[in-house]
Design a protein around this ligand. Sequence first.
Ligand code: CA2
Length: 154
Amino acid sequence: MSENLLKILVLHGPNLNLLGQREPEIYGALSLEQINEQLHQFAKEQGAELHFFQSNSEGELVDKIQQAKSDYQGVVINAAGYTHTSVALRDAIAAVELPTVEVHLSNIYQREDFRHHSYLAPVVIGQVSGFGPESYRLGLMGLIHHLREKNKEC
Ligand code: CA2
């Protein structure tokens, strides 16, 4: 294993396990497994190792973020519906102080008003919203760039 290999955790929130099965006009036709596979290939080319976790449970996502501190250099998260409700996820991200990027398949600012607010936005390094599955790859690129720049400073 190269010493420059970045380990990144990719978190998917509630209902994203249904991707590809319903509402393709909003969320696209790819399944979560297909999105993960594409991301995995891209990450490999970039010298990053990804681990994936999906849960419908807020507490499980909080646990994963807390545990990530010791094993990962950064996090990509699509918190799905919890984006707009979860103080607990926000507090976990703030507490672990791991660079985190928030991604969304759809453009949350073009949708219902309740989706315009993200509890996570103030504690993440950046947000990508509206590019379908490409949002994950763009978010990952931004995170990798951020981590490599940070490593140069050390
Ligand atoms: O656009 C996104 O990625 C969202 O995070 C997706 C969430 C939504 O609550 C956010 O406002 C924006 C919903 C994920 C639900 O995924 C489904 C996938 C297929 C069928 C039904 C729901």
